[in-house]
Structure formats: C-alpha cells, structure tokens
Design a protein. Structure first.
Length: 253
C-alpha cells in the first residue's frame, strides 16, 4: 500500500451511483455493487460512499443498501450522508464500515462528533467540509449537499471540528467538483494551516499528477476523487478504473 491513500469517492442517489459537476447535474454511472466488485479487483486503499440526497431530504442513511455494500467490499470504507445520531453511527459501524463522515450535522450539533469520538475513537470520525469560492476570493462553507451557505468561517469551523475530536478532515471543493481541473491547492494549504489532523483532498483530480500536487503543494495527507475513477476519455464514457499500483508508487513516495 502507498504511504499516501488514494480514495475513490462514490456518490449515492437513491440506490444508484451518480457523478455531479459542481454539486449539480448528477449523471447516472451504474450500480454500486458492480463498482465495488471492480474496485475489489483493483485493491484500492479505501472507498468513500456519500449519499448526496440524504441531508437535503432530511432522511436517514439507507441502511439496507449500506448492508449490501458492506457485504461486497474487501477494503476499508467510509460513509457520509444524513448521519445525525449516535444510534445511526453505531448501526453503520455494525454493518462493517470503518469510518463515518459528518458534514451537515456538525453545523447543527457539534456535540455529535465529540460523543461519537469518545465512544468509537477519533480515528473513525471524519469531519467533511464542502467549500465554495465567494466574493473577494473568500471561501464559504456549504451544507445540505452544497445548498446552504453556513455563516461560520473556514478557520473557525476547522478549529471546532478538531476540538470536537475528528480524526481527519475531508476537504471538497464545490467549484472543482467534477471539473477534472485540478485540486484547489490554495484551499488545501489554508486547511493544512488550520488543523493538525490528516487532510484528505477532494474535488478536481484528473490524474496522478494532481495527486502529487495535492500532497507536495497542497500539503494534503491523502487524496480522493470521483470523476477520474468512473470516467475515461474526452467524452467521459463510464468506466470504473484505478491507477496501476506501480504508477502510484513512483509518483507518491
């Protein structure tokens, strides 16, 4: 396994997988079980599943679907979307997931992270932030799948997440999502300056060179992506893929 984790992010909408662009226009890309089987063969480091409609719709995670997913996957998995209680977190861990991703709920009741970290350990709790560029180049935090602008500042919220006990922070750029235009390295550096826990970059990767830039310039500890693992070619044909281990090993020392 590489020192730097390389993590596919799969978006759930209903029982299918989709890929968005700037958090909009979800395109259906297939069945999650089929994707997992391919990623099993590729021996990926970790998989992230995010239900993009759970929080906006105010509904809980789809536990039956998560059970099916956990039954197929051979790699560590993280889940986010609609998580709002300790009972839900316990149930998801019981299904076989190793990490819980908390985003929207952190703005409503930060104590959920503290309580979960105390019971399950900080290493299993991921604080996620969806970040959009605002006026004058300032970053805005978004919740509810990117729909709601939060009044708290980036540095303030990151400090609160770290104090609450998250084990790592997943940083997703709304503006770069699905664009395959490279990570927002300025954003990553700002996040890195705010927290001591590991930072996972997400949003904009098109290839291994972007991973290298995120780690070397953006100072990220791990890299995540969506489009580059589900699309191929200029016309974005759907094809589940993952870089060769040797390629990753050479690039990510």
């Amino acid at each position: 396994m590489n020192k730097t984790r390389v993590i596919p992010v799969l978006l759930l909408r209903g029982t299918g997988l989709v890929k968005t662009a700037k958090f909009k226009d979800p395109k259906y890309i297939g069945d999650p079980i089929n994707a997992i089987r391919i990623f099993n063969e590729k021996e990926v480091d970790e998989l992230v599943f995010i239900d993009i409609t759970a929080s906006p719709e105010g509904r809980p995670p789809q536990f039956d679907l998560l059970k099916d997913i956990a039954g197929e996957a051979f790699m560590p998995m993280a889940y986010g979307g609609g998580v709002s209680s300790l009972d839900q977190i316990k149930k998801i861990f019981g299904l076989g997931f190793e990490k819980i991703i908390i985003n929207t709920a952190a703005y409503r009741r930060l104590e959920l992270i503290s309580e979960a970290a105390a019971i399950f350990g900080s290493q299993s709790i991921v604080g996620a932030i969806d970040v959009k560029s605002g006026l004058w180049g300032r970053y805005e935090l978004r919740s509810q799948g990117g729909r709601k602008k939060e009044p708290v500042g980036l540095a303030e919220h990151l400090a609160a997440l770290e104090r609450a006990g998250v084990g790592e922070v997943l940083v997703n750029s709304v503006d770069r999502d699905g664009t395959m235009s490279g990570y927002d390295l300025t954003l990553l550096k700002q996040v890195r300056a705010c927290v001591k826990v590991p930072v996972v970059a997400c949003g904009g990767a098109a290839g291994v060179n972007d991973f290298v830039a995120a780690v070397e310039t953006g100072q990220a500890d791990a890299v995540a992506a969506g489009s580059m693992f589900v699309f191929v070619g200029p016309h974005r044909a759907v094809l589940i893929n993952y870089p060769e281990r040797a390629v990753l090993a050479r690039a990510l020392k």
